[in-house]
Design a protein around this ligand. Structure first.
Ligand code: ADP
Length: 202
């Protein structure tokens, strides 16, 4: 059973995934896979270099992320082009990782993805778990973690689903506006539930 774990930037997805891991759960992070598919030598990086030129490639051949980010935030049609190249590649690679865990006999695997719904990755999962916090907490925790300006955080928020849209698509919700203990308690309850669900015949 694959559970999609999502939430806006700074909502606590990685923190929640690590909490599940302490209970023995396996997870794959879509952001890690997104970085993996643009490493030097990967076909997606070759396509990006051909399209945008050397301005998005560092001297050592790795992707210049800030340069690329700047272009796609400014030009929505370039963002669309980039996603048309990266999304199918990410999806295929995610499926490889997920099937690896399945072969190892894991009862369930979390697919951690900030853009689970926006990217269509929700089609790969049986259930969607949303980590939810009010936007004010999202902004303050992101700023604490990343030293971003408030306007940078807002630009990222604008590219993601709204809190309401995300919650409307959730099968399960973790309220992460409280402390770590409150989050852990909710994670433990869901872990039991997911193990029960995965043991049920289809
Ligand atoms: P995401 O992966 O959704 O972007 P993170 O898991 O990195 O979010 O969490 C964002 C920041 O908020 C991190 O610095 C994390 O340590 C902190 N954080 C997460 N959950 C809590 C919580 N319940 N209480 C306080 N800080 C938290």
């Amino acid at each position: 059973m694959i559970i999609g774990l999502t939430g806006g930037i700074g909502s606590g997805k990685s923190t929640v995934a690590r909490a599940f891991e302490t209970l023995g759960a396996a997870w794959v992070d879509a952001d890690d896979v997104a970085r993996e598919i643009v490493l030097p030598g990967e076909p997606a990086l070759v396509a990006i270099k051909q399209h945008f030129g050397d301005q998005v490639i560092h001297q050592d051949g790795t992707l210049n992320r800030p340069a690329l980010r700047e272009i796609v935030f400014k030009y929505p049609e370039q963002r669309q082009w980039l996603e048309s190249v990266t999304h199918p590649t990410i999806r295929a690679r995610l499926l490889q990782h997920l099937s690896q865990f399945e072969k190892q006999g894991e009862p369930y695997v979390l697919l951690v993805s900030p853009l689970l719904f926006e990217s269509g990755q929700n089609e790969l999962v049986s259930r969607c778990l949303v980590v939810d916090v009010p936007q004010s907490i999202q902004i303050s925790r992101t700023q604490l973690r990343d030293e971003m300006s408030e306007s940078q955080v807002h630009a990222i928020l604008a590219a993601q689903l709204s809190r309401e849209q995300r919650l409307a698509k959730a099968d399960d919700v973790i309220d992460n506006s409280g402390d770590h203990a409150s989050m852990m308690e909710q994670v433990a309850r869901l872990d039991v539930r997911y193990r029960q669900l995965s043991a049920q015949p289809l």
